[in-house]
Write a protein that binds this ligand. Structure first.
Ligand SMILES: *Cc1c(COP(=O)(O)O)cnc(C)c1O
Length: 364
């Protein structure tokens, strides 16, 4: 990627330029070892120190207590859709509850249903996935194994506000597209997970943060690789982990912690980016429509359309002339989507906002 390409891709997403430069150098020879990162042993001292640093950075960024374990997994968030019910939907509890509020949470819900009986606590399909429920007001069975939701619906561009209250059952959140984009209260969750390729690094690694007390519920007899305890007890080094992806994730967390200055600072930048883009779209009221109802607009993914696929495609072509790429909407809903992940700069958002206003003005 040349620095003047502005990447708004929904995922894999943009990464900070300084991280890309370090990754390029590491592919040839790591500064610390002189060996290519692609040929480093996962049993090396160097990789152990990378795993330890990744965990330390995540703990510092989230303000995570020792009551939580962090582990790095493969199989993406889609594997979590299966592993979570296998590990936690046990016979001692009522069926887990699922919030189905968009494309990804619907996938999580239907995958879980292949493993266990489930309850759908809320379903937004009939209303086109344009709004979200209040998590506090859901009618959840008091002994449900857990409540699962997706904090940011990447496809439709809907985002839950930060959780403020611990629900009466363990809360599990797929945060794949907004993890580390804003501060949160980790103590409200029993599990948070996010694959790297939206906001944290390249595809190939998924971060899982698990409350240790939840691990006691895992039944014996699961295949070792599908049991969270295996990965935690082996320090995320049970079988060969994705060394390169974890290395780049470590660089991204280092960047967030020491260059950006933490999640409060990151959130301030992200709020400003979202304000500018939604501001431009609101100026084009009647010309473009935003998929999300205004109370639920995501700061990470902005899904919108000119209402006609020819116009959407014409805008994609115009934007490309300015170096903007990655605006195609998800295949399930079409239209356009601008993803404003952490590494997307305010300057890139300004270029996009200007392009939108100019393009839209010719159509009013
Ligand atoms: C992209 C996405 C997924 C899919 O993740 P994979 O790593 O491709 O399995 C799951 N959940 C959310 C919220 C996503 O945005």
């Amino acid at each position: 990627m040349t620095p003047n390409v502005l990447n708004f891709s929904g995922g894999p997403g943009a990464l900070p330029e300084t991280v890309l430069e370090q990754a390029r150098e590491a592919i040839v020879a790591l500064p610390e070892t002189g060996v290519s990162v692609l040929g480093m042993s996962h049993r090396s001292e160097w990789f152990r120190s990378i795993l330890a640093e990744a965990e330390q950075n995540l703990r510092a960024l989230l303000g995570l207590s020792d009551g939580y374990a962090i582990t790095f997994l493969q199989g993406g968030s889609s594997l979590q859709f299966a592993m979570i019910p296998m590990n936690f939907a046990t016979a001692a509890f009522a069926p887990p509850e699922y919030v189905s509020s968009g494309y990804w949470s619907d996938r999580a819900t239907s995958e879980a249903a292949k493993v266990t009986a489930t309850n759908v606590a809320w379903d937004g399909r009939a209303t086109g996935y344009r709004c979200l429920p209040d998590l506090d007001e859901l009618d959840v069975h008091g002994s449900a194994a857990y409540l699962h939701y997706v904090s940011n619906e990447t496809v439709e561009g809907l985002q839950f506000p930060n959780c403020e209250r611990r629900p009466n059952v363990p809360l599990i959140a797929d945060m794949s597209s907004d993890f580390l984009s804003r501060p949160l209260r980790p103590d409200l969750y029993s599990m948070m997970y996010a694959h790297a390729q939206k906001n944290l690094g390249p595809a190939g690694v998924t971060v899982a943060v698990l409350e240790r007390s939840l691990l006691e519920r895992i039944p014996d007899g699961l295949p070792a690789i599908l049991d969270f305890r295996t990965h935690i007890s082996h320090g995320s080094n049970f079988n060969t982990p994705p060394v390169f992806a974890i290395y780049v994730l470590t660089l991204v967390t280092r960047w967030l912690r020491f260059e950006v200055g933490g999640l409060d600072a990151m959130q301030a930048v992200n709020m400003e980016k979202a304000r500018r883009l939604y501001g431009a779209l609101d100026c084009l009221d009647g010309v473009v429509s935003i998929h999300a109802a205004s109370a639920w607009r995501s700061q990470m993914n902005v899904a919108f359309t000119f209402g006609d696929s020819r116009l959407d495609n014409a805008f994609i072509a115009t934007a490309r002339e300015r170096g903007i790429v990655g605006l195609e909407g998800h295949r399930s809903i079409g239209g356009l989507r601008a993803s404003l992940y952490n590494a997307v700069t305010p300057n890139a958002v300004d270029v996009l906002a200007d392009a939108l206003v100019e393009f839209g003005a010719r159509r009013t």
